[in-house]
Write a new protein. Sequence first.
Length: 107
Amino acid sequence: MADPRSVRRPHRCGCSECRLHPRGVTARSHRDINRLLATLDERRRRLFVGFLAREQGPGAIRPLARVTGLSRNTIRRGLREWQRPTLIPGQRIRRPGGGPKPVEKRG
């Protein structure tokens, strides 16, 4: 089971379709995408949105950024990672040395 601290709150889509028709099919689809993204770690989130960008074709990065709240650079990186997957040994998500510094080393 996932660590409860690692689960993110789903992003609220800011696209015009969701604002005009919050109970519509498109808004429901965007909510479902964001609920799924909230459960994924950062690498899997990039890969999933990269997959969506690939499936939707050219011009999909900007709308996906609005729907998911991810930056366009993150989506581009996910698209690159989807096209050329790399295996990560073990359970690490970030490379060694990535992420915040331990509390003991601060200050």
